[in-house]
Design a protein around this ligand. Structure first.
Ligand code: SF4
Length: 274
């Protein structure tokens, strides 16, 4: 099923207003290294994280040596570069490497690039301290690689929009999207739909009245109550949104930050319901 650039761009633009414009990373970083960088990054400046990461690479032969080292040795290497919770970070790195080794029996996970996306989701759930935050960072990185597998949320939302579904041929779909959008915009589409699928258009619950895609979504169009509610919402917030949109046009926002906030809001809402 061929989907036209005009429709795809409408989806991208609507979601960018909500989640920000995805940012491309310039170099390919192996999966285990990304996990280590994730632990080093907490509360630290980017430049210090980079120095700490390089120091680890220089001081240890490989990740296995770090796994079997005492955590104080890791701490000593990180000490000159990091400011916060260095002891905890050393422990987390050692623990994460041990968990990866226990699950995969190796510390080299590059074959996951070729597997189904659910494998990466599983990894982020199994290694403690990774979770949703790592997954969102990783997704931005992953989806700028052309061969990245498509997530189930990509098909779920496509089906609700009535544009594509899980029965569509992945190879043909990718070809169609790259032809219509080019590789970079296609990466934006994948990232934004993933974030949308994890925060708003969930598998079991979704709030169409707050969704920026409701006007073009087949599922929302088929339920008039959603549309009415959405029209009211749009009228009420029209002027507010105009101002926000204008501000956003001038700056690029990392999608992970907006998406993390969206997840936090969602969890808060669910808690209040209980
Ligand atoms: S309108 Fe509803 S079903 Fe359609 S994409 Fe948005 S949340 Fe999902």
């Amino acid at each position: 099923m061929g989907v036209k650039a005009e429709t795809l761009l409408k989806i991208i633009q609507s979601l960018e207003k909500k989640y920000g414009i995805p940012q491309k990373q310039s170099i390919k970083i192996p999966i285990v290294d990304q996990i280590i960088i994730h632990f080093l990054s907490q509360q630290e400046k980017q430049e210090n994280v980079e120095k700490a990461y390089q120091a680890i690479l220089k001081e240890f032969v490989d990740w296995n040596e770090i796994r079997v080292s005492h955590h104080r040795e890791i701490q000593q290497v990180l000490q000159p570069f990091l400011k916060y919770q260095i002891h905890e970070k050393s422990l987390k790195i050692k623990d994460a490497l041990q968990q990866i080794f226990t699950i995969y029996n190796k510390l080299e996970l590059e074959t996951l690039w070729e597997k189904d996306f659910s494998e990466i989701q599983k990894l982020s759930q199994q290694v403690s301290g990774l979770g949703q935050e790592f997954l969102l960072k990783f997704i931005c990185y992953l989806y700028f690689q052309e061969d990245s597998p498509l997530a189930s949320s990509f098909f779920r939302i496509g089906k609700r929009l009535n544009l594509w579904d899980e029965n569509s041929n992945q190879t043909l779909l990718k070809k169609n999207f790259i032809k219509e959008l080019g590789p970079e915009r296609f990466a934006h589409l994948k990232i934004l739909l993933f974030i949308h699928g994890e925060t708003q258009c969930l598998a079991k619950s979704y709030d169409c009245s707050q969704c920026p895609l409701s006007k073009i979504c087949d599922r929302a169009q088929r339920d008039p109550s959603i549309q009415e509610e959405n029209e009211d919402e749009i009228n009420e917030t029209k002027s507010k949104r105009k101002k926000e949109d204008l501000a956003k046009k001038t700056k690029k926002i990392p999608p992970t930050k907006n998406a993390t906030e969206a997840i936090a809001k969602k969890q808060c809402k669910e808690k209040n319901k209980k």
